[in-house]
Design a protein around this ligand. Structure first.
Ligand SMILES: [Zn+2]
Length: 61
């Protein structure tokens, strides 16, 4: 999971203070509240199905 600045779309730096999580944008030089943070879910690439492997069923039997 990546967190991006809603203003400049840059990755945010996660700050942890007093058990609270804050996000800081180095580009904008400002804190971004959790509600405004743009979350970018890193999901697996679609359409990456394993190729049909020719099963070696022709093994000697
Ligand atoms: Zn920013």
């Amino acid at each position: 999971m990546m967190h991006l600045c809603p203003d400049c779309q840059q990755p945010l730096e996660l700050l942890m203070a007093c058990g609270c999580r804050d996000y800081f944008c180095n580009q904008c030089q400002q804190l971004v509240s959790k509600g405004r943070v743009k979350r970018l879910a890193s999901r697996p690439i679609d359409g990456q199905t394993p190729a049909n492997q020719p099963s070696s069923s022709a093994t000697g039997h």
